[in-house]
Design a protein around this ligand. Sequence first.
Ligand SMILES: *Cc1c(COP(=O)(O)O)cnc(C)c1O
Length: 294
Amino acid sequence: MIYFKDGEFLTEDKLNVSVNDRGYVFGDGVYEVIKVYDGALYTAREHLERLLESAEKIRVSMSYTIDELLEIAQKLQADNQISVGHIYIQVTRGVAPRAHQFPEDSVPVMIGYAVENARPLEILQQGAAMKSVEDVRWLRCDIKSLNLLGNVMAKQEAFDHGCQEALFVRDGLVREGSSSNVFGMKDGILYTHPANNFILNGITRRVVLQIAENLAIPVKEEEFTLSQALQMDEFFYTSTNAEITPVVTIDQQPIGQGVPGPLTRKLQTAFEAQIPKLVVAGDTKEREANGPAS
Ligand SMILES: *Cc1c(COP(=O)(O)O)cnc(C)c1O
């Protein structure tokens, strides 16, 4: 695999990462994941803009412009010959002897790579199970921080219960997934948490809101409770890799009929129509009209 580090494209054996990197010691950094479909980067500019925003929020000043970052991301895709997969980029505050306060002269360290990663076609078709977990994370969930301990613990708790994703609940209110945003559909209205400090404002979330507007589906960016979530007609979560994943149970209770709902299917179809080219199991196929894995 070809990595990017500090202006160079390198193989792993040439990568020189310090144990005193503040990303390693404190999780003092931010990151992004950009999807690649059929060799083309999807919504890369939006992701890179958010990377710069996250860096700014933690007071890390990056020396790259969006266009330079875009070029790096594209070269990572090309050098690694990624067809369907993702690009990972992280930026840390840099290398310095361990002390909590910002070092005076550290230089941010940016690392990137690209990997093949198939679309989760089976789960997109069949739907996922969620497990509610108390949201014990910090109060700056709007930053895509490298500090993911709360998210990691929650995801594992979901997995331990045979579920694919955790559903964060704070003060009785549904916030987001452990690495995704969540939406509920009730009486034809699409509900999702407002973009504030309690959630990460996903790029996929924004794409879904745009698609809903195009399809004239009414949207309310409002908080809702876990019991309201359980009463939704349909439910789904979104992220760069999960796309629009239907949720068929929460805490083992069926949502709606316990199968992916028709509006979720409609959104999935509209989402797929935007993907550069639909790729199934490594082969480029003609786009199909009936939803993901059909
Ligand atoms: C990355 C992430 C998301 C989803 O964001 P996308 O840009 O759609 O991938 C949602 N919640 C959390 C906590 C995340 O880290």
